[in-house]
Design a protein. Structure first.
Length: 547
């Protein structure tokens, strides 16, 4: 027997229409490439999204064809989230921090038909446009009078002029909820990037889950600043969840430095912010020397890479901001876990609460997870046993879009589970903690050493800005850890002092054998440390003889 309820497909267009109908006055504020601040409402956002959909019809785009964006976080980019996907096309968000050759590769692989870009990225577009034969239209996200005469792009269109040609009377098509909606490529740390192809159903379910009280806890009373880029896994789904809840959205545009972020938080009375650790490091680096405080910010979700304990302590103790540790992947849309305390933890000491907060958190309904050994046997949830982390769920990838251009699609699942490439523990309360990437874990004398733990201790030192731990070959122990360190401007610390700093904070055999001081640590396109490049930099390094 089937239920007798209405069967209404989950669609991305329904999110923006809901926001316009029930939270029409809700604000969307953007710092623009033009340098000013733009403000409008959900009603206007919905209207312009419909105009964009009509414009894509007029350009002759078929259902399922791809429209790419190379853009900062802003209102025009948000209109693409709804106007492209809602009209049955697929939004392909491109990370402009990738190498131009890699950008051209993903555009060819995706067979993008239209590319919309912020004028900041005109040099990238000029460098690659001749290598993108599938692209029929290049659209600058600006007014017609801002189009450069010497762009070198035949037929370059103005986004604003394109929208102005189309009325707001547009009827969204009725789509199967499993219709593809958007795609995001992995950063391509091994081989070519791979594309996760999301659906309307997976996106809406993810938006629901992200807004839950024990996840991001979003509401119409929030003013949300997504610093996480809209080209990085759809800004963790925040634009969709904001529309679902009617929350105010504040977009930073190209102003990603600590000073600009702080000013926007204060001016727009931001209550909730989301970003990777490197962004918050810049923010705290601006606030501390200037004696600044937050007047409205209450919560921040930090993901992308493990958040150092020192950062959680600084936000919580010094600035009164709750840090929500999160974990996910491009292949997971991206949210998998988020760390909020259970009732049983509320009476714990601050030190014991911190031990919980340092974990990546509990699985969100819609995602399941397990840890396994090398033979695929499931391991116990005791908070101590390490294993390879596998996941499955309603917004977890089944297979990659066209593999890496191969005729046969890449099928990554293992008995229905997606192998994340992370090594983790899970405790009896279901809290998962990433101990390493499987390719970064250090095996010393038959025992695992977590590079993340070593890095977290180093960055807790007042002179250390960044730290990366890698394993080096050792004739007796197989591998031994060393830590590469970037010092804070004007700060000094010696190798001996930093190694001494580890005493009492890590087991003696886990303490690094050496410290290497660098000017910079190589970073990837999504703000993560690139340890493969670090190993290349240190390929001639020799461990000290500690016998």
């Amino acid at each position: 027997m089937l239920g007798l309820m209405q069967n209404q497909a989950l669609s991305i267009s329904s999110l923006i229409e809901f926001a316009a109908r029930h939270h029409g006055e809700g604000e969307i504020v953007s710092r623009r490439v033009e340098g000013d601040i733009h403000r409008y409402t959900y009603i206007e956002a919905a209207q312009r999204s419909r105009q964009l959909a009509g414009a894509l019809d007029a350009l002759g785009l078929q259902m399922g064809q791809r429209v790419a964006s190379i853009a900062w976080n802003g209102y025009r980019h948000m209109e693409m989230y709804f106007g492209v996907s809602g009209s049955g096309r697929v939004l392909h968000t491109i990370n402009p921090r990738m190498h131009p050759e890699q950008i051209a590769w993903v555009m060819h692989h995706a067979q993008d038909q239209v590319v919309c870009f912020d004028m900041t990225f005109l040099p990238i577009v000029k460098a690659i446009h001749s290598k993108c034969p599938s692209v029929k239209h290049w659209v600058a996200l600006c007014d017609a009078d801002k189009l450069p005469a010497d762009a070198g792009l035949p037929g370059l269109l103005s986004y604003e002029a394109l929208l102005a040609q189309h009325a707001m009377a547009y009827a969204w098509p009725e789509l199967d909820e499993n219709t593809a909606s958007s795609m995001c490529y992995t950063s391509g740390t091994t081989g070519n990037p791979k594309a996760a192809l999301y659906s309307h159903r997976s996106t809406v379910l993810h938006a629901y889950a992200a807004a839950l009280p024990d996840v991001m806890c979003l509401s119409a009373r929030d003013s949300i600043l997504p610093v996480v880029p809209m080209f990085h896994v759809n800004a963790w789904g925040i634009p969709y969840s904001a529309a679902l809840t009617g929350a105010k959205l504040v977009f930073p545009g190209p102003g990603m430095d600590g000073k600009s972020i702080y000013e926007l938080i204060e001016q727009e009375r931001v209550t909730y912010a989301a970003g990777v650790p490197t962004i918050w490091q810049m923010l705290l680096g601006h606030m501390e020397p200037n004696g600044l405080r937050f007047s409205t910010l209450k919560r921040t979700v930090i993901g992308g890479s493990a958040c150092p304990p020192a950062m959680i302590t600084a936000f919580n103790d010094k600035y009164g901001v709750e840090v929500l540790h999160a974990w996910g992947m491009t292949e997971m849309s991206p949210l998998g876990t988020l760390c909020t305390l259970k009732n049983k933890h509320l009476g714990l000491s601050e030190g014991d609460k911190m031990k919980v907060r340092l974990k990546q958190g509990r699985a969100i309904f819609g995602v399941d997870m397990k840890i396994v050994n090398a033979e695929g046997k499931e391991l116990p949830w005791d908070g101590k046993t390490y294993g390879d982390l596998l996941v499955k769920g309603s917004w977890v990838l089944r297979e990659y879009f066209q593999g890496e251009g191969d005729a046969v699609p890449v099928l990554p699942l293992v008995d229905g589970w997606f192998p994340t490439g992370d090594v983790a523990t899970i405790d009896a309360d279901g809290y998962m903690q990433i101990t390493d990437r499987s390719k970064d874990v250090i095996k010393s004398g038959g025992e695992w050493i977590s590079s993340i733990d070593i890095e977290n201790i180093a960055v807790a030192h007042p002179a250390v800005a960044m730290a990366a731990c890698i394993g080096m070959k050792h004739p007796k122990w197989d591998e031994r850890p060393i830590v590469a360190v970037v010092k804070k401007p004007g700060a000094e610390v010696s190798r001996e002092a930093l190694l001494q700093f580890y005493q009492g904070k890590a087991a003696k055999w886990q303490i690094p054998d050496d410290v290497v001081f660098l000017d910079t640590i190589p970073m990837g396109a999504t703000g993560k440390m690139q340890k493969s490049k670090l190993r290349e930099i240190l390929k001639d390094y020799q461990l000290p003889d500690l016998r």
